[in-house]
Write a protein that binds this ligand. Structure first.
Ligand SMILES: [Zn+2]
Length: 274
């Protein structure tokens, strides 16, 4: 009986000790003063960043005549350097017009003033990566879109890491240029795609999507011109033969109409894919 009481007492005291430890742990977490000193060394260096491109290819799409002020909405993983190359201005002029410093954090969707913009250029990063042996073409099946909005919608559909393609060719909606090429974070990080499971293409194919629903409309001439440019750059750099550039529905096992009934695949084969 005495042994039983001692045992119960020991259990109660252990329980009290456990509760005291838990409470003191909670209190410590709540009352810990915010860190006010200089950033600890561990945080002063950014985490390992994306790979460095081996080459950056640029092509002028158009000149804006007299230099003018334009507005640019920052897309996923876009940098001030890329935006400066795109409009033919210096990074310093963008920092100063927007009262930013190089250490400021940029937000997706943040609108930048670009003073004295002189041109619009495609800016394409190329990485040494033997993984890329195919190119698969898609439509977004939406009338409107840009990398920011499709990044959100693909994330909501459960695609790992958001925007499933590597490149997006805009159609002039939601503040983007008609034929503007956006690089996806997936391309900048050199990650597998989330655009074509059939044939294991996510692991070996670069995914390019054009904004639009080509079951109901054709891609714009500017989109097709940008696609021809992008295909020539990628096919040349990664030595991808014409037979390895396919519309999504042409991949054996893919059950889809993508990139849409009106997508001019045969015309592309006679021109950009010869
Ligand atoms: Zn597709």
């Amino acid at each position: 009986m005495i042994y039983f009481r001692l045992n119960v007492l020991r259990r109660i005291s252990l329980l009290l000790l456990l509760i005291a430890a838990l409470i003191s742990g909670c209190e410590q977490a709540v009352v810990a003063p915010p860190y006010q000193g200089p950033p600890p060394a561990a945080y002063s260096q950014p985490p390992a960043g994306p790979p460095q491109p081996a080459q950056v290819v640029e092509q002028s799409v158009g000149y804006l005549g007299n230099p003018r002020t334009v507005y640019h909405e920052i897309g996923p993983m876009e940098t001030i350097w890329r935006i400066s190359r795109m409009y033919g201005v210096t990074t310093e002029s963008i920092y100063s017009a927007n009262r930013l410093t190089p250490s400021d954090h940029l937000l997706i969707g943040q609108k930048l003033i670009i003073p004295n913009a002189r041109m619009i250029r495609h800016v394409i990063n190329l990485y040494r990566n033997p993984q890329w042996k195919y190119i698969i073409l898609h439509h977004t099946a939406t009338g409107k879109g840009n990398a920011r909005t499709i990044n959100v919608s693909h994330g909501a559909r459960g695609f790992w890491n958001g925007l499933g393609y590597h490149f997006l060719i805009d159609n002039g909606t939601l503040g983007k240029g008609d034929g503007q090429i956006e690089m996806s974070p997936r391309w900048i990080r050199q990650q597998c795609g989330a655009h074509c499971k059939a044939g294991g293409m996510n692991e070996k194919a670069i995914g390019i999507a054009l904004v639009g629903n080509f079951n109901y409309e054709k891609p714009t001439p500017n989109q097709m011109q940008s696609l021809a440019f992008l295909l020539s750059v990628l096919r040349n750099y990664y030595s991808i033969p014409p037979a390895h550039t396919l519309g999504h529905r042409e991949v054996p096992g893919a059950k889809t109409e993508c990139p849409g009934k009106l997508f001019p695949m045969s015309q592309l084969r006679q021109t950009a894919l010869r």
